[in-house]
Ligand binder design. Structure first.
Ligand SMILES: *[C@@H]1O[C@H](CO)[C@@H](O)[C@H](O)[C@H]1NC(C)=O
Ligand SMILES: *[C@@H]1O[C@H](CO)[C@@H](O)[C@H](O)[C@H]1NC(C)=O
Ligand SMILES: *[C@@H]1O[C@H](CO)[C@@H](O)[C@H](O)[C@H]1NC(C)=O
Ligand SMILES: *[C@@H]1O[C@H](CO)[C@@H](O)[C@H](O)[C@H]1NC(C)=O
Ligand SMILES: *[C@@H]1O[C@H](CO)[C@@H](O)[C@H](O)[C@H]1NC(C)=O
Ligand SMILES: *[C@@H]1O[C@H](CO)[C@@H](O)[C@H](O)[C@H]1NC(C)=O
Ligand SMILES: *[C@@H]1O[C@H](CO)[C@@H](O)[C@H](O)[C@H]1NC(C)=O
Ligand SMILES: *[C@@H]1O[C@H](CO)[C@@H](O)[C@H](O)[C@H]1NC(C)=O
Length: 321
């Protein structure tokens, strides 16, 4: 990448912090995406900022990642924070850069994370200590969305609403298409947050990981291990592109009786990331699925992966998707 481009990006970051908008020249007016061309994020046309509407084409983080978790417990069962049976849970919808690295906390005036990093791009980040973002959803009278999020967007070790706040401030503030000026002169506070939650939910609902794996005979088990290759193939069959799979736990090479001491990949399946480009606004859901650009953290040896059953008392049945 040329040094001119780097300087350009540096200026944008400063503008993001100072002006609370990703591009200081974005006005509140005339973002009628329905009458503008549908441009694919990360395409050549998406680089031509002077001739497109950054509210209608994703130009900041053009590589979208719809991400999910497989946890076996929440650590907050006593508070009623339970996992949805036969479903992975929603993690987020991230706007990575087209080259695979990613921006974060792009607008500190919309910082709702209670445990943010100490600093980002040399800027000190204040931990948020106000009312939870669940109250913003209530202020918008979106109790149905809130119920859904409590069922399917479930965190581990922290209240789910704190996790939604983290996802919003870390990632959603880095989308050109969810930027505040895009919502026009009658913008109401948190409008873009509700829109982001809606969009993350609609992406997730098109990606039934549990069902896709089960259809290929891959179901949670505390007795049988699976192969990364088989899990990947099962998901590719349904998604049409290769997702990223994330694992934690012991390295395969460290496991007692390991058959493959050179495989340092991890052995407990816990995450999936589905990659796509947005054709027009992510909100409108027209996406092109693409292969993951990130190497899996999971062990590659046949039969090395645990896809654990959940602790029964950590789950509840859910009656709608
Ligand atoms: C919005 O669009 C109208 C009609 O094309 C145009 O007259 C007006 O100048 C535009 N406003 C701004 C602020 O760009
Ligand atoms: C808005 O600013 C960006 C850089 O911040 C620039 O590339 C673009 O050409 C500008 N758009 C217009 C219409 O001037
Ligand atoms: C990736 O792209 C971003 C945004 O254009 C840029 O800031 C970053 O330096 C690039 N990273 C690499 C590794 O090229
Ligand atoms: C809450 O956060 C604000 C802004 O960062 C800070 O000024 C205030 O002291 C904090 N209050 C508490 C009780 O931590
Ligand atoms: C979806 O995006 C593709 C690729 O840009 C475009 O050809 C198609 O017309 C779009 N579909 C809709 C319904 O907008
Ligand atoms: C052993 O692990 C390496 C590194 O993950 C992998 O490339 C290789 O295919 C594995 N061998 C067997 C027999 O699974
Ligand atoms: C992976 O899939 C192959 C082909 O369907 C099958 O023979 C093999 O048993 C599977 N491996 C595991 C560990 O499930
Ligand atoms: C399966 O194993 C996981 C990981 O050890 C554990 O958390 C879970 O409770 C077990 N589930 C069942 C049904 O035994």
């Amino acid at each position: 990448m040329s040094s001119t481009a780097k300087v350009f990006v540096g200026i944008l970051s400063v503008a993001a912090f100072a002006k609370a908008a990703l591009y200081s020249n974005t006005t509140k007016f005339n973002h009628t995406c329905a009458i503008k061309p549908t441009i694919q994020s990360c395409s050549i046309a998406a680089l031509d900022l002077a001739n497109l509407d950054t509210c209608c084409t994703e130009t900041y983080g053009g590589q979208l990642l719809s991400t999910q978790f497989w946890d076996t417990y929440t650590g907050r069962e006593d508070e009623g924070q339970l996992l949805p049976k036969k479903h992975w849970t929603l993690h987020g919808l991230w706007p990575d850069y087209c080259n695979g690295s990613y921006p974060q906390y792009c607008d500190l005036s919309r910082q709702y994370d209670r445990e943010p990093p100490h600093e980002v791009n040399g800027q000190r980040v204040q931990p948020y200590n106000g009312t939870g973002v669940d109250t913003f959803i209530k202020d918008w009278d979106r109790y149905d969305l809130l119920d859904w999020m409590n069922k399917f967007w479930v965190s581990q070790g922290q209240p789910s609403a704190d996790f939604w706040a983290h996802e919003f401030s870390k990632h959603a503030t880095c989308y050109s298409t969810f930027d505040v000026p895009c919502y026009g002169p009658k913008y109401r506070q948190h409008e873009e947050m509700i829109d982001f939650f809606d969009t993350a939910v609609s992406f997730y609902r098109n990606l039934p990981t549990y069902d896709w794996l089960a259809a290929e005979g891959i179901v949670p088990s505390n007795k049988t291990q699976y192969s990364l290759k088989n899990i990947t193939a099962a998901l590719k069959k349904h998604y049409g592109a290769v997702p990223y799979l994330g694992c934690y736990g012991e390295q395969y090479s460290q496991v007692q009786g390991s058959k493959n001491t050179s495989d340092h990949g991890l052995t407990v399946l816990s995450e999936v990331w589905y990659f796509s480009y947005a054709n027009g606004r992510p909100q409108d859901g027209n996406v092109t699925h693409i292969d993951s650009t990130a190497p899996s953290s999971c062990a590659h040896t046949d039969g090395a992966i645990w896809y654990y059953e959940r602790t029964p008392s950590s789950e509840r049945p859910v009656h709608h998707k």
